[in-house]
Design a protein around this ligand. Structure first.
Ligand SMILES: CC(C)(COP(=O)(O)OP(=O)(O)OC[C@H]1O[C@@H](n2cnc3c(N)ncnc32)[C@H](O)[C@@H]1OP(=O)(O)O)[C@@H](O)C(=O)NCCC(=O)NCCS
Length: 144
């Protein structure tokens, strides 16, 4: 049975370990920076004391939110953790006055694009060469 709570520094290694396995780009320090700058929008999902997922969202400009990341440990996927995490961060942003949330997803990450589509995000535009390996990002948005 998982639950959510705000990220704490003790979660750093768990988040970094998941991040380095799940994503191509790996920048451990950005998560400490996120904790320092936007800690109220950094949530982890925990099951039996283990971090099984995380999300970070923040206000980019007044009224607009950016979901920086969302990930769930492989063994826990397909159980609703990702849905609850994205709902949680959208609720948190909305409570802070955000009316539109956006995120970037790799053009080749079709499963994630479908995941977001089914949760109300719509494709907005393409950011050419967004990732360090040159891949484009699809920007998706949702009215909260
Ligand atoms: C995208 C991601 C966060 C979704 O997390 P999740 O906990 O699997 O999400 P949920 O269980 O709420 O929903 C997953 C969907 O896939 C289906 N699914 C079933 N088994 C699954 C599995 N083993 N793995 C993934 N999805 C599965 C679910 O039925 C659900 O379908 P739906 O959209 O029709 O409802 C997760 O797959 C992930 O971490 N992916 C890698 C990182 C990533 O791509 N992040 C997004 C880019 S920024």
């Amino acid at each position: 049975m998982f639950f959510f709570r705000l990220f704490q520094p003790k979660d750093f290694n768990s988040v970094i370990e998941l991040e380095s396995r799940i994503f191509h780009e790996h920048d451990p320090y950005i998560y400490m920076e996120m904790y320092e700058k936007v800690s109220s929008g950094f949530y982890v999902a925990v099951d039996a004391g283990e971090v099984i997922g995380y999300t970070v969202g923040y206000i980019s400009v007044p009224g607009k939110g950016r979901i920086f990341t969302l990930a769930v440990k492989e063994a826990y996927r397909g159980r609703g953790v990702g849905t609850q995490l994205i709902n949680k961060i959208c609720d948190v942003l909305n409570e802070k006055g955000v009316s539109v949330a956006s995120l970037e997803v790799r053009m080749n990450n079709i499963p994630a694009q479908h995941f977001y589509l089914r949760r109300g995000f719509v494709p907005a535009w393409v950011e050419r060469g967004y990732y360090t390996d040159g891949e484009d990002a699809l920007v998706m948005k949702k009215e909260l």
